[in-house]
Design a protein around this ligand. Structure first.
Ligand code: NAD
Length: 367
């Protein structure tokens, strides 16, 4: 996964934080630096009305600090709405560590990061995201209890990716039901872009369902391995949008639905795991609607991972995790019908339902 595409003109250098377009009523932004370990991190707390701000830590070799800030602002906001629409009592937060996870990540750096998380006294709870492994969360756990996504041996819920993939599969089936009148994906031409932790499990579900599979990734070795295993056709990156598809599942990077691609997409359904798939929520969401493409909002259908780590806080079991994740099917169908009724995009519809849950809670807290 890579950071979101950013438009340099959106970066306001005079008002570097509050002036950013991606700054959207965030409660708190914490800049963390430690010269001894080389740690440079930003923790974004978007909203804590429904509960502590929970969201993963991403370690990425950002081009510059603007890009890192933009990423944490967009991702933390997304977490607020993801938890709200999923019915979890959590707020939205996220952290980014600037650096190459392959060469710069080490236990000392992760512990120092954990100390910064701890200094927020539970207002922010971390978890894994791109560039992080379950073992890194185990290291963070040595210095703070405000971490989820720890290993099963250490009492955690383990790797969230398979549950995320299952939720995406549920959301995709619901979108197919809406668009084609039947939720079976048997024989449907489905392209999964990004066959990493989530993408591969999604491919596995689709294979078992009998879908006609297409895969795309920048990792050639992985593509060859998975194309054999799942009888999937490999599609080159620049060919993705020329394909005659039923379903496009973005499972790699954000903002793949943008000015350059939105009118090229031939798929009739978009349902994938990547965060922030719409480069511009309003503009690109509206174009998809006009073009009759059923878009399953990313933050709704990729919530399996957060459901999985929430179990560590609430102490519910695997059965309950699966039940809550399966419910993504119903919520996705509800969003399609809400969007039709209100003549808005599915993204707007999901946002407005999530926002009203937050507003109601705010009102109740005031009483
Ligand atoms: N892991 C989770 O539980 C979870 C939860 C919610 C959302 N997500 C989101 O889902 C997406 C996938 O997550 P993941 O954990 O599978 O990540 P991952 O890093 O395991 O997999 C990403 C895959 O995308 C590929 N990729 C990177 N750039 C690409 C490009 N330009 N074109 C095609 N492929 C490219 C990578 O090679 C890799 O195989 C990410 O956007 C992540 O933020 C993941």
């Amino acid at each position: 996964m890579v950071s979101e595409i950013i438009n340099p003109t959106e970066l306001k250098k005079v008002d570097p934080v509050f002036g950013q377009l991606s700054f959207n009523d965030h409660e708190q932004i914490v800049f963390c630096q430690d010269k001894d370990t080389g740690l440079k991190a930003i923790i974004g707390i978007h909203n804590t009305v429904l509960g502590p701000a929970l969201g993963g830590t991403r370690m990425w070799n950002y081009e510059n600090e603007w890009e890192a800030l933009n990423d944490v602002l967009r991702l933390s906001r997304g977490m607020t709405y993801k938890s709200a629409i999923t019915g979890l009592n959590l707020g939205g937060g996220k952290a980014v560590i600037i650096g190459d996870a392959k060469t710069q990540k080490n236990p000392a750096l992760m512990k120092r990061f954990g100390e910064f998380v701890h200094s927020l006294s539970g207002k922010y709870i971390t978890a894994e995201d791109v560039g992080m492994e379950t073992a890194d969360m185990d290291t963070v756990r040595e210095v703070t209890p405000y971490v989820t996504g720890i290993s099963e041996e250490k009492g955690g819920a383990g790797n969230p990716s398979p549950i995320t993939a299952y939720g995406v599969f549920m959301g995709m089936k619901a979108a197919a039901k809406y668009q084609f009148g039947d939720d079976s994906l048997e024989g449907k031409r489905v392209l999964v872009q990004g066959v990493g932790h989530v993408g591969e499990t999604l491919v596995d579900h689709l294979y078992n369902e009998g879908a006609q599979l297409f895969i795309s990734d920048i990792n050639e070795a992985r593509l060859l391995e998975l194309s054999k295993k799942y009888k999937a056709q490999i599609i080159a990156g620049n060919e993705i949008f020329n394909q005659d598809l039923d379903v496009y599942a973005p499972c790699a990077l954000g903002a793949t639905i943008n000015d350059a691609t939105v009118n090229e997409i031939k798929a009739k359904v978009i349902a994938g795991a990547a965060n922030n798939q719409l480069a511009d929520e309003k503009v690109h969401g509206a174009i998809l609607k006009e073009r009759g493409i059923a878009y399953a909002p990313d933050f709704l259908i990729n919530a399996g991972g957060i459901i999985n780590v929430y179990a560590e806080l609430e102490g519910y079991d695997k059965k309950e995790i699966l039940r809550k994740t399966e419910n993504i099917y119903k919520t996705t169908l509800d969003i399609f019908s809400h969007a039709d009724k209100n003549e808005c995009t599915t993204h707007q519809s999901a946002l407005s339902i999530a926002q009203s849950r937050i507003d109601n809670r705010k009102l109740a807290l005031k009483k």
